[in-house]
Design a protein around this ligand. Structure first.
Ligand code: X8Z
Ligand code: ZN
Length: 623
């Protein structure tokens, strides 16, 4: 949809879901059916009428989605008054039309339709991540607010020591600086952008809840949780179960990194016990700690350090386009077709100097077929090389399911959409692969030298998982009304403390709206998808490495050049959203269960090592 195909644009939010809409269960309560009770009209619709309705809705939404996607692309790559005006208008129209179809779909509840039509009727009801009420003006107001929120975020700037910082500028300082005062200034400076969003955000919650209720859900958070082919409560319990599998390992990593930060900065900056100061971890939201790997790297023992991809890319003179070509090369090595010429002509790979854009990386499918693109403000570094693989995963998924009918053109669930490129990314950072493509001169010997590699990976993958969980834990509470706007900020930090074990560098001002300083909150892109993807990608890795009969440790396995893996993987991707997600998982991995034991297997040697390192420390923190 606009939506689903724009893997991550703000506006699309207004429409379908950002990175991937998912499959479905029946809403908790029947939608407000317009099914007539009047005796004259009481005849039940026939299965043929249901199918005709779905066909017509698909045709209309498909047409509208291409138009909307092109307007959204313009707004995201050229933010100004007019592009915002146009985007709000088109998103409002798309939402209004989709809501009408979703309401109408309820007329066919109880009709004995074929399974494909039944699934499409369910998906229609779940298509929007920001549903509007079916009353004049509601969709338009919601669309205006969501375009504004995304644009305020994307154009946000602050001043420090007489210099103006964008989010990109501040993120670079957070990655490289080791000066606590400067880190704190970047952390707090960026968060001066979001208080201005709070009134809009609060109104957006109200409007989308009204829309979700109209469709029969208890609130919009419950609607989001309904996209996983199971009851919303069962889905929430699933995420708890998965987190419980990973949490002990996260706590070991937290404990080790805290010790290293204490050694580096001293008690006054980072105490030996309790929560970690969130601005010391190398990332604006402390969701990825790989940028401070140098602080955490083992200094004793005969470990060689992990390779430094930033330095390798620079020394081999990579530019932004070469990074994307490199990503494409991985996918074609799996037997997948090269990207179309239009990808290279129409993508935005570098930040334009002369205009405002949405820099947050995203992958798009403009015409539901071949006009796929990425939009990134790429920097030549290891983190962005990984992001390139991530974004191309979305594009390859979109292309694989392009022959599905419109309502099935999406990921098996939104976590699958996020996991494709991450799975490929796991191979793309292995020393073997980097050596094969000439970036790394020498592959380190295996035994004893892998702790640095695994530590760096864990600082990226494991450090992310509690953050991946808490963003929507917070939003679910916001949507259900469990917390009021006055409690928004304190509750955010309570969840950061509970899940991540982090604390802000100083007291937060009363006006602060720190959740809005994260793109997906400002842009209403559901976030549990990334938590799920961090589980799925390791399940995919295990299945693929078993398929090729790889004998070494899971983290050393690269699927580069493995065409049989590519073929099987593409078969799963071609299914799109046509079947419940366990069918897709089974097609590639042979199992129907989401399970974090492949995460544990991948990192097992590191966990043992961390436990050893942490001896004598008082790990954990008080909530
Ligand atoms: O938003 C993204 C991608 C686009 S779907 C760049 N990610 C999350 C984030 O940046 O917060 C990838 C990892 C998590
Ligand atoms: Zn993504």
């Amino acid at each position: 949809m606009i939506i689903k195909r724009l893997m991550l644009s703000a506006a699309m939010v207004a429409i379908l879901s950002g990175c991937a809409t998912t499959s479905s269960v029946e809403p908790a309560a029947p939608p407000v059916a317009t099914a007539p009770e009047a005796p004259v009209m009481a005849t039940k619709p026939t299965p043929a009428e249901a199918k005709a309705f779905v066909d017509a809705a698909e045709t209309k939404l498909s047409e509208m989605s291409e138009y909307a996607a092109r307007v959204q692309w313009l707004r995201a790559t050229y933010i100004n008054f007019d592009s915002m005006w146009l985007e709000s208008k088109v998103n409002g129209e798309f939402t209004e039309q989709t809501v009408k179809y979703a309401m109408e779909a309820a007329k066919y509840d109880g009709v004995n339709v074929d399974p494909v039509t039944a699934r499409k009727l369910k998906l229609l009801k779940l298509a929007l991540s920001l549903p509007a009420a079916d009353r004049p003006g509601a969709a338009d107001e919601l669309a205006q607010i969501s375009t504004r929120l995304d644009s305020v975020y994307s154009t946000g700037k602050f001043t420090y020591n007489a210099k103006t910082y964008t989010l990109n500028d501040a993120s670079e300082v957070m990655a490289k600086s080791r000066n606590p005062a400067e880190l704190r200034a970047m952390f707090e400076g960026w968060r001066t952008v979001s208080p201005a969003m709070k009134a809009d955000y609060t109104q957006m919650i109200k409007l989308s809840n009204e829309g979700a209720k109209g469709l029969g859900f208890t609130d919009a958070g419950a609607m989001w949780r309904s996209g996983y082919d199971m009851e919303p409560d069962a889905f929430a319990a699933e995420t708890d179960r998965l987190w419980a599998q990973v949490e002990p390992f996260y706590k070991n990593l937290h404990c080790y990194v805290r010790t290293k930060l204490n050694e580096k900065y001293g008690d006054a900056v980072q105490p030996r016990n309790g929560a970690i100061r969130a601005d010391l971890l190398g990332n604006m939201w402390a969701q990825d700690w790989a940028n401070i790997y140098d602080i955490a790297a083992p200094k004793t023992g005969n470990y060689k350090t992990a390779y430094n991809l930033d330095a390798l890319l620079k020394s081999k003179k990579y530019d932004e386009v070469k990074m994307v070509k490199t990503g494409e090369g991985f996918y074609t090595s799996l037997g997948l077709a090269p990207l179309p010429q239009t990808f290279w002509e129409r993508s935005m790979i570098v930040r334009p100097k002369d205009r405002e854009v949405v820099c947050h990386a995203s992958a798009w499918d403009l015409d539901n077929a071949d006009d796929i693109r990425i939009k990134m403000c790429t920097l030549v570094n290891g983190e962005d090389l990984y992001t390139v693989h991530h974004e191309l995963g979305h594009n390859y998924y979109q292309r694989a399911y392009k022959n599905q009918p419109f309502l099935f053109k999406n990921g098996a669930n939104d976590g699958f959409h996020e996991a494709i490129g991450d799975f490929v990314g796991l191979s793309s950072v292995t020393p073997n692969y980097l050596n094969q493509i000439g970036l790394l001169d020498k592959v380190p010997a295996q035994t004893g030298e892998d702790i640095p590699y695994l530590l760096k990976m864990a600082m990226q993958k494991i450090a992310f998982m509690p953050f991946g969980l808490l963003v929507d834990r917070w939003r679910w509470e916001v949507y259900s009304g469990q917390i009021t706007p006055a409690q928004y900020n304190d509750r955010w930090w309570a969840l950061v403390k509970k899940y991540q074990g982090l604390t802000p560098p100083g007291a937060r001002p009363t006006a602060a709206f720190d959740p809005g300083a994260k793109y997906h909150v400002a842009a209403s892109v559901p976030y549990t998808r990334y938590f799920l993807a961090h589980v799925y990608q390791f399940q995919f890795q295990k299945a693929a490495c078993d398929q090729i009969g790889f004998k070494g440790p899971l983290y050393r396995c690269s699927i580069y050049g493995e065409k049989a893996v590519g073929e099987k993987f593409n078969k799963m991707m071609e299914m799109g959203q046509s079947k419940p997600w366990p069918d897709a998982l089974e097609a590639f991995t042979g199992t129907r269960q989401t399970d974090a034991s492949a995460v544990a297997e991948y990192f097992a040697p590191l966990n043992t090592w961390l436990i050893q390192q942490n001896k004598g420390q008082k790990c954990g923190w008080e909530v």
